[in-house]
Write a protein that binds this ligand. Structure first.
Ligand code: FE
Length: 235
């Protein structure tokens, strides 16, 4: 079975969208994940796949604990971008969101969360690019009884992008055709968002016809939040 056919099959898997956090030596970090599932009921146990390049991977590997926030549909692309496209090696993500510290020491992100829980790692599985952490759920709580955010909703309705470190990254490597030609477009080096002057950025007060170079200096990527200096002209 060819790789692209296999991927088409896997595209039919459904996922949620989560923030997975951990801590190490007084530092906190977290990241977006869609690769999380419950694997047993008694005891309640989950598995999550984390890219080995991620700071969260290092924290979970050494601390042997992690926490999960199950996100609601109230989460916007900027909030998700903070945890999905920014690295904790450069910024303190947790300082920018509502959270509390759990009994494991992991931060529980309560902002845009339906529920949160903490887990103790009982086993790890080496998956070459990623590690699957299998954890026993220690405790958790409902934050808000509302609709959960799914991966499909994030992609189709919110027009969200996927980090190259995600296990599902290759599912969206084909960019929209309209972003592949024409002058004056600039692409975000961090998340792949393309600024098209013909479209502008109406959600952030930038009307169509505004050239990239005329954007205010304070303008940031609407997906991942980086400044204009992270953009390059699209060829
Ligand atoms: Fe970006």
């Amino acid at each position: 079975m060819a790789g692209d056919v296999r991927q088409t099959v896997l595209d039919n898997c459904s996922y949620g969208l989560y923030i997975v956090t951990s801590h190490l030596d007084g530092r906190l970090n977290g990241q977006i994940s869609d690769a999380l599932m419950q694997v047993t009921a008694v005891p309640p146990r989950v598995a999550v796949s984390i890219n080995k390049n991620e700071l969260t991977h290092e924290f979970i590997t050494k601390s042997r604990v992690f926490a999960v926030s199950i996100l609601s549909k109230s989460a916007d692309v900027r909030f998700i971008g903070l945890f999905g496209f920014r690295t904790g090696r450069d910024i303190d993500k947790l300082s920018q969101v509502q959270h509390k510290i759990g009994k494991t020491g992991c931060p529980l992100v309560t902002e845009h969360a339906v529920s949160v829980f903490e887990a103790q790692v009982r086993e790890t599985v080496d998956l070459e690019t990623h590690t699957a952490f299998i954890g026993d759920v220690l405790r958790g709580e409902i934050i808000e009884d509302t609709e959960v955010l799914t991966y499909a909703y994030y992609i189709s309705e919110m027009k969200g992008k996927v980090s190259k470190h995600s296990p599902s990254y290759h599912r969206v490597i084909k960019p929209p055709a309209e972003t592949m030609s024409g002058p004056g477009k600039y692409i975000c080096n961090v998340c792949g968002y393309v600024y098209d002057p013909a479209v502008g950025d109406p959600d952030n007060g930038i009307s169509p016809g505004n050239a990239f170079n005329d954007l205010p200096d304070k303008w940031v990527c609407p997906i991942c939040g980086v400044g204009k200096n992270e953009f390059v002209k699209k060829q």
